[in-house]
Design a protein around this ligand. Structure first.
Ligand code: NAI
Length: 250
């Protein structure tokens, strides 16, 4: 395995499961010291143990918790090079503009979008001090195209993540901080499995639109994060980084 992230410290939110957990393994395999953050203490601790890293139980919608988790990461490992802001939740049932209630809408914005605002807000000062850093925010392919599957609150939250990442990428480009929006297509994780369990036909409808004819595995998304995190991506910032099996190009 290449060790292009040797000596770097990464903080990964949503690291207990799916894309975050696969990314913890991948970044550690490439030499990074990994801090796993999640609400789920049991699986979060397991994820950290797998990579010989640090687990921090935190709710990424809690401003003080987000500030403190970066402090703890820097206190423990001395620096912060990579922030993978990835924790998120799926759309509420029947997430149509006609049916989604204000509370459900607000909750999705809070977990999927406000959390990314908080993570960037508290990661950037550490990176500025170092004059270097890579932030990768998990958006989605639904940030760049309509999916016609009634997920209005979810799509809006991911569109916000995309726009914010682009804005920050431009703003901090001259300070050595790169910010990119990672836009996965459908990925075979508990989040997607839960959605399809509620509506089995949704899987078939979604699959039809993926030119590759399959869903991604979390490891394929993790490989893209490892690339964006390191110096191979040194001229990539403010990008809409699609890893979607061709779905947005079809
Ligand atoms: P997952 O459900 O497997 O993992 C999400 C993790 O985030 C869980 O461990 C959960 O405990 C954690 N989490 C949720 N709310 C939290 C909070 N308030 N504070 C701290 N941790 C919290 O989901 P998956 O699929 O790995 O998703 C990761 C990201 O990728 C999400 O932002 C999701 O929206 C996005 N995404 C997923 C796609 C898919 O098809 N699975 C497609 C495109 C984007």
């Amino acid at each position: 395995m290449i060790t292009r992230l040797q000596g770097r410290t990464a903080v990964i939110t949503g690291a207990a499961s799916g894309i975050g957990r696969a990314t913890a393994r991948r970044l550690a395999a490439e030499g990074a010291r990994v801090v796993c953050v999640d609400l789920d203490a049991e699986n979060g601790a397991k994820a950290a143990a797998e990579v010989n890293g640090l687990f921090i139980r935190a709710d990424v919608t809690d401003e003080e918790a987000v500030r403190a988790m970066y402090e703890e990461a820097v206190d423990t490992y001395g620096r912060l090079d990579i922030a993978f802001n990835n924790a998120g939740i799926s759309p509420p049932d029947d997430d149509s503009i006609l049916t989604t209630g204000l509370e459900a809408w607000r909750r999705v914005q809070e977990v999927n979008l406000t959390s990314v605002y908080l993570c960037c807000k508290y990661a950037i000062p550490h990176m500025r001090r170092q004059g270097r850093g890579s932030i990768i925010n998990t958006a989605s392919f639904v940030a760049v195209m309509g999916a016609a599957t009634s997920q209005i609150s979810y799509s809006a939250s991911k569109g916000g993540v995309l726009a914010m990442s682009r804005e920050l990428g431009v703003q901090f480009a001259r300070e050595g901080i790169r910010v990119n929006a990672l836009c996965p297509g459908p990925v075979n994780t508990p989040l997607l499995q839960e959605l399809f369990a509620k509506d089995p036909e949704r899987a078939a409808r979604r699959l039809v639109h993926v030119p590759m004819g399959r869903f991604a595995e979390a490891e394929e998304i993790a490989a893209a994060v490892a690339f964006l995190a390191g110096d191979d991506a040194s001229f990539i910032t403010a990008s809409t980084f699609l890893v979607d099996g061709g779905i947005s190009g079809a």
